[in-house]
Design a protein around this ligand. Sequence first.
Ligand code: NI
Length: 131
Amino acid sequence: MSRHDMSYNLNHMTVINLQEKFQLFSDHWHPRIIGELNGQLVKIAKIQGEFIWHSHENEDELFMVIEGTLWLDFRDKTVELNPGEIIIVPRGVEHRPRTEGEVKIMLFEPAATKHTGEVEHELTRNEQKHI
Ligand code: NI
């Protein structure tokens, strides 16, 4: 079976329940992969506190808030995202995710995207697991 077939079986035509997936991990700032399509990964993460300023040279990044309130700082403004809201951060734009309590988010990004962008930081997680 080719890798492509595996991917098909893992990801397609199966209902993915986000709350069930969120129950499988508890650490913060460590995205998990829950799906893959067209070279893009669907990831979920629990985040809390302040992340680092970073940008992604080649990839736009989509954030969707599932639970909680996420503030995204940009150099010239801050936006607030609540459950059911999304934002697309264009490539090259510096951003810093920030929360008070725990926030659950979903991300769409190309497989090559590092969540800390061009910045290599102690928070960088190069290995991300399928759950
Ligand atoms: Ni980012």
